[in-house]
Design a protein around this ligand. Structure first.
Ligand SMILES: C[S@@+](CC[C@H](N)C(=O)[O-])C[C@H]1O[C@@H](n2cnc3c(N)ncnc32)[C@H](O)[C@@H]1O
Length: 237
């Protein structure tokens, strides 16, 4: 938190540099994406990658894996399928694709079965129809405007093979009861920023109906796991 307010305070004094090649804006000591139409407002630098790594393992623990049971039961990950996501350590036989408005792939590890492509899910993914057995999109609550969600979901469905699976994992940033807690202040601040950008902080609760609106989609599993971050690490389902 200390670092966060320090960098906010210094933003007015520092010139913003734009690097169109790397799709990056460098603002003070944090780096951001440079995709004009996108409302995503979290940084993309090394510190943020560390936070995302922590979030990744927290989420994996909460759900007992990266993939929901129904997907594990339906698709043959051992055989090797085509995936739009990044779970190489879990299923090394598969072919992986990653798509983002910034390239945050690890440049040190060269992973032969992984291909990154620049793309904006609202403008259209850079893939042919029905290309993937499994598509996973995660943590876009602070990335898409309310009206962009149906467009993004339609685009995700377009690239899934008939009989394939789509998983959307989303945070539901509800305020804790105790308004004196730091988690309350943090969540409230994040949500206020998101609302000011036209984003939908309740999207997690609306995903099922948005998906069900498509005739060619059947919702087979919907999971809600809560983690109380105000107290010591208690996990409940
Ligand atoms: C919270 S991060 C989640 C990253 C990763 N999916 C994970 O689960 O750790 C959200 C990511 O979405 C990307 N993003 C934001 N808006 C996007 C858009 N319109 N199209 C594609 N990617 C976008 C951001 O650059 C960022 O890398």
């Amino acid at each position: 938190m200390g670092n966060c307010s320090e960098s906010m305070a210094s933003t007015q004094e520092v010139t913003t540099a734009v690097d169109p090649i790397n799709h990056t804006t460098i603002n003070t000591n944090r780096e951001f994406h440079n995709e004009e139409s996108a409302t995503y407002w979290l940084p993309k630098d090394e510190d943020e990658q560390k936070r995302l790594t922590g979030q990744h393992f927290g989420c994996k623990e909460l759900f007992g894996g990266n993939v929901l049971n129904s997907i594990r039961d339906t698709l043959d990950f051992e055989k090797g399928i085509s995936i739009l996501d990044d779970m190489i350590n879990d299923y090394p036989n598969c072919t992986y694709h990653g798509c983002d408005i910034v390239d945050v792939t690890n440049k040190v590890l060269e992973i032969k079965q992984f291909t990154y492509k620049h793309g904006n899910v609202v403008k259209g993914l850079p893939y042919a129809d029905s290309m993937f057995d499994f598509v996973h999109m995660r943590f876009f609550v602070y990335a898409l405007r309310k009206e962009e969600w149906p467009i993004a979901i339609k685009e995700l469905i377009r690239v899934v093979k008939p009989g394939g699976m789509l998983q959307i994992t989303e945070a539901d940033p509800q305020l804790p009861k105790d308004s004196s807690s730091i988690v309350y202040t943090l969540t409230n601040t994040f949500n206020s920023i998101a609302i000011s950008k036209g984003q939908n902080i309740e999207i997690a609760q609306e995903l099922e109906s948005l998906l069900s609106a498509h005739d060619n989609v059947k919702v087979v599993q919907s999971e809600d796991r809560r983690c109380n971050m105000s107290k010591s690490a208690k996990i409940s389902s």
